[in-house]
Design a protein around this ligand. Structure first.
Ligand code: ADP
Length: 190
């Protein structure tokens, strides 16, 4: 199975590019954000806990997200490949993902980092809020808080994955299809 992480700040295009990769390469998607939003919609206990963190722009505790991820992975182990979108977001989650995959005789094949500067990301997220109605997109201070958390807690993963030669940086600025061309070139080498 091909295991690809798509890494990037909020608004960097992870969800959009994941959709294109799914169509082009027959992969499946695990988006921890989507899973949480579905739980919130169903008003489950997990959803109520998740909403408290998401609406403030904070991360959920690692334990909760790791369990959610392991469950989602076990439902998809028979597939050609998986794109991990929104997970891992902390070093602890990255270590846990290595463990979870290892226990299933799998490993990460590539980490694709979508790069864009903060001002572009803030603009994109404010635009997205008009269509998505996402509570965490509609106010600039929550967006800036999510970007700060990204820099502080998620960006260190770049060094973590560079160490094992799995990291590929992609310029996330430009038309969706141009960014996708850059990603496709990487996927074709895997
Ligand atoms: P974005 O990339 O635009 O921030 P996501 O849909 O990936 O959107 O995530 C939305 C929110 O869900 C995050 O801001 C965070 O509160 C929560 N979340 C998603 N994935 C994780 C994770 N792996 N660990 C902790 N919190 C998470």
């Amino acid at each position: 199975m091909l295991n690809i992480i798509i890494l990037g700040a909020p608004g960097s295009g992870k969800g959009t590019q994941s959709e294109l990769m799914i169509q082009a390469f027959g992969l499946e998607h695990i988006s921890t954000g989507d899973i949480m939003r579905a739980e919130i919609k169903k008003d489950t206990e997990l959803g109520r806990i998740a909403a408290g963190y998401i609406n403030k722009g904070s991360l959920l505790p690692d334990e909760l997200t790791v369990d959610m991820l392991a469950k989602a992975l076990d439902e998809r182990l028979h597939l050609t490949g998986i794109i991990f979108d929104g997970f891992p977001r902390t070093l602890k989650q990255a270590e846990e993902l290595n463990r979870i995959l290892g226990e299933r005789n799998e490993e990460i094949d590539a980490v694709i980092e979508l790069k864009a500067d903060d001002e572009e990301l803030v603009d994109r997220l404010l635009q997205r809020s008009k269509l998505s109605g996402r509570a965490d997109d509609n106010d600039e201070s929550t967006i800036r808080q999510r970007l700060a958390i990204y820099h502080q807690r998620t960006e260190p993963l770049v060094a973590f994955y560079k160490e094992c030669d799995k990291h590929f940086a992609v310029d996330g600025i430009g038309a969706v299809e141009d960014v996708f061309k850059r990603i496709k070139e990487i996927c074709q080498t895997l």
